[in-house]
Ligand binder design. Structure first.
Ligand code: FPP
Length: 243
């Protein structure tokens, strides 16, 4: 049973296994990605229903640009279509859309659709859905260094850099760090995702391939999360005595 008083505020997911799911069924990889959209739909609804406030989905990494052109094109097309189809549902469910990553690198059609939906959902407050697109953590951290350097040269930044200052230069500025990170498909890697932000996140790995992932899998991960003791570097006694 899920304890409604201990829902992770921010859940991040590395959606993996679309290609293998399709291969196992003798289908094209693009069909696997279509199956992935179904999983996204159910997971987003489930997250909002249970009271998650922020859901971040790793939809396309910086490294994914080096996949065959047909697959990249199909993914971008799918993204435009999915955002287009889901905008009404996002608004009906009071969900705000945001994106992190090198959005300028996306095809114009994709960028425009994304910005349109980000704008039309900007007042929604039940949950924030964050799509990581053309995102990688090393890209983001390098970008933050460069922005800090610019501000330093312009006299807008001086003295000592603290972690809270670094936070403000990341694409996730203003978004709390993930409490729970889920990766599907039986791979045990972080793959350049939110490296700074997951310093104290609980990690959950599942064998389920992303197109098979549904809200009940999310709820299982949350139940598992609720059994953990989050110590943030302190001792168990310190945590228990402070309650
Ligand atoms: C990983 O599976 C999945 C991706 C690279 C793309 C994820 C995209 C979607 C689920 C569809 C669009 C998303 C939204 C937010 C509407 P893989 O291709 O790496 O699978 P494999 O490791 O089995 O080859």
């Amino acid at each position: 049973m899920i304890n409604k008083n201990n829902i992770p505020s921010h859940v991040a997911i590395i959606m993996d296994g679309n290609g293998r799911w399709a291969n196992q069924k003798g289908l094209l990889r693009a069909i696997g990605h279509q199956g992935g959209v179904e999983a996204v739909r159910d997971t987003v609804e489930g997250a909002a229903e249970i009271g998650v406030k922020y859901l971040t989905l790793y939809a396309f990494s910086t490294e994914n640009w080096s996949r065959p052109k047909e697959e990249v094109d199909a993914l971008m097309e799918l993204l435009v279509q999915a955002i287009n189809d889901e905008t009404k549902t996002l608004n009906d469910n009071n969900i705000r859309l945001l994106a992190i990553g090198d959005i300028d690198a996306l095809p114009e059609k994709c960028r425009n659709k994304l910005n349109e939906t980000i704008h039309s959902t900007s007042e929604n407050s039940r949950m924030t859905l964050i799509l990581a697109l053309s995102y990688s953590s090393k890209w983001e951290i390098t970008r933050a260094f460069n922005l800090m350097l610019c501000d330093f040269k312009a006299g807008k930044l001086s003295g000592t850099i603290y972690p809270e200052i670094v936070d403000q230069y990341l694409t996730t500025a203003g978004i709390p760090d993930p409490d729970l990170l889920i990766r599907t498909s039986g791979e045990y890697r972080i793959s350049n995702f939110l490296l700074w932000q997951i310093a104290y996140s609980e990690l959950f790995f599942t064998e389920t391939l992303w197109p098979d992932f549904r809200r009940q899998h999310l709820f299982e991960a949350i139940e598992d999360y609720q059994k953990r003791e989050r110590r943030f570097g302190k001792t168990g006694d310190q945590i228990n005595n402070s309650i």
